[in-house]
Design a protein around this ligand. Structure first.
Ligand SMILES: NC(=O)c1ccc[n+]([C@@H]2O[C@H](COP(=O)([O-])OP(=O)(O)OC[C@H]3O[C@@H](n4cnc5c(N)ncnc54)[C@H](O)[C@@H]3O)[C@@H](O)[C@H]2O)c1
Length: 451
């Protein structure tokens, strides 16, 4: 790898390599975000080197084995067969990359405050190998100020190099929507904020080689704020339709019919869909990154907190509706067998992080029910910090004998390959949080309870 003596030389050489599509990209963190990103650059025939601390993921990539169901075996095989693609746990290979993209988790800790340990750990791991003329881009979702206050000082301190003169730093939020067949990583415009004009130029040039559009903004904090704004917008609007669901139900009005009709307005309305609560690695978590940061500025985030309250209460609303449904059959939750359909937090993916289905399983169990789940995407529950007590539980089989044996079936996630018409024939009591039974043949009066 060529070493450059001045900042200008380093900048020109890197820009030249990027614009001539003659660069190597390093991706750190090969999960739901990093793996599709790897594929995106690979599709542009760029050499990609993936880094992860998880040897299972690295081995799977090298062997062409899929570990994220919706990404599929054919894609993984192509990555494994490509001479341009590799994955490693050896971070001393960081200098091989011209640009290093960081896609590691940013969860909340037990006090519901930002857990920056993964980001910080990653920066500490790569910093000793940082070389002159490299571009580092953080893609993880985080609070405004992270790049300037945490990433750059750490990189400079450990590497002994200086940002803007020796190396370049940018922030570009990942907007990946796993399982979305219309918009993959390459088709979603990329917002980019640079630490200085040179970093912005380099980062935009880089994404321009692989992604449909780049949207430059003033600085890294603005780019960090863009991502949080998008997810807060979702969280608040989901809370609103969840609240409307409860209110309209009390009035005998079907919220889904209301929302479908409202969505015909060609301007000024955007449809959000109610559900059993928030799930996934983003919407339940990201808003609280801003809440935490806002406190440092003596600012309140009342919309965020209220949305969190409404959405967090949804599993309890589903429980109340389940009690009503069982009561109509002269049954109680205590002693009933309850099946939940969909462990993943959204349809057609295998991601069960923060899934409200777990909350429901706990609520029903606490009330004395015997609980099981069916999810074609999650054959068995993997060990995790939050849901360790469910680890090893397998999905039940999908057949009439198994399903009809449950006192109640709760549709928590509406995977499209579940046979809801069959369900209408197999179960007498269906609690539907997704409107999945709407219009299904064979649905009987009093059988489906919208929740
Ligand atoms: N999942 C999504 O849909 C989505 C969408 C947009 C943004 N994001 C954001 O992207 C970031 C990554 O999310 P994800 O869903 O891909 O997470 P993930 O858990 O699926 O993947 C993260 C990967 O990082 C690895 N990792 C952890 N610590 C590491 C370290 N020190 N060095 C190297 N690798 C390390 C993990 O082993 C894992 O493979 C988060 O900030 C998230 O909020 C996620």
């Amino acid at each position: 790898m060529t070493q450059h003596t001045t900042a200008t030389e380093g900048l020109d050489a890197l820009l030249d390599r990027i614009q001539n599509q003659n660069y190597t990209i390093g991706i750190v963190g090969l999960g739901y975000v990093g793996l599709p990103l790897m594929w995106t650059f690979h599709e542009r025939q760029m050499p990609v080197l993936g880094f992860d601390i998880d040897t299972d993921k690295v081995d799977a990539i090298m062997a062409g084995r899929s570990y994220i169901k919706h990404l599929g075996e054919p894609m993984m095989r192509k990555l494994a067969e490509s001479d341009l693609c590799g994955a490693t746990t050896d971070f001393s290979r960081i200098p091989e990359a011209d640009a290093v993209l960081l896609c590691v988790p940013t969860p909340l800790d037990e006090h519901r405050e930002p857990d920056m340990s993964y980001v910080e750990g990653t920066v500490r791991t790569i910093a000793p190998y940082l070389r002159r003329g490299q571009l580092v881009i953080l893609e993880s979702t985080t609070y405004p100020g992270t790049t300037e206050e945490l990433i750059i000082p750490l990189l400079e301190e450990i590497s002994g190099l200086s940002a803007e003169t020796d190396f370049y730093v940018a922030y570009s939020p990942e907007r990946e929507d796993p399982g979305n067949v219309s918009f993959n990583t390459a088709k979603i415009p990329k917002v980019v904020g640079g630490h200085g004009a040179d970093a912005l130029r380099l980062a935009c040039a880089l994404y321009d080689t692989a992604i449909v559009q780049t949207v430059p903004v003033s600085d890294t904090s603005t780019a960090e704020a863009v991502k949080l704004t998008e997810n807060i917008f979702r969280s608040v609007n989901i809370a609103l339709v969840n609240e409307l669901k409860v209110v309209f139900h009390a009035m005998g009005i079907d919220v889904h019919e209301v929302l479908d009709a409202a969505a015909t307005k060609p301007f000024g309305f955007m449809k959000f869909t109610p559900g059993p609560g928030l799930g996934g690695h983003c919407i339940p978590i990201d808003p609280f990154y801003l809440t935490w940061k806002a406190r440092q500025y003596d600012q309140n985030t009342r919309f965020i907190e209220l949305a969190g309250e409404v959405n967090t209460d949804m599993p309890r609303y589903v429980l109340r509706r389940t009690i009503e449904a069982l009561n109509a059959l002269k049954k109680s939750v205590n002693g009933s067998r309850i099946l939940l359909i969909g462990l993943a937090y959204k349809p057609n993916v295998d991601d069960d992080r923060e899934s409200p289905t777990y909350k429901l399983m706990d609520l029903y169990t606490d009330m004395g029910a015997e609980v099981a789940y069916y999810d074609p995407y999650v054959p068995v529950i993997k060990p995790s910090r939050e849901h360790g007590h469910w680890a090893g539980t397998p999905s039940v089989a999908w057949d009439e004998k198994t399903i009809s044996d449950f006192d109640a079936v709760v549709i928590a996630t509406d995977h499209s390959d579940v046979d809801y018409n069959a369900l209408a024939h197999w179960s007498d009591c269906i609690i539907d949080t997704r409107n999945a039974m709407n219009g299904r043949e064979g649905v009987r009066k009093g059988q489906v309870w919208k929740a």
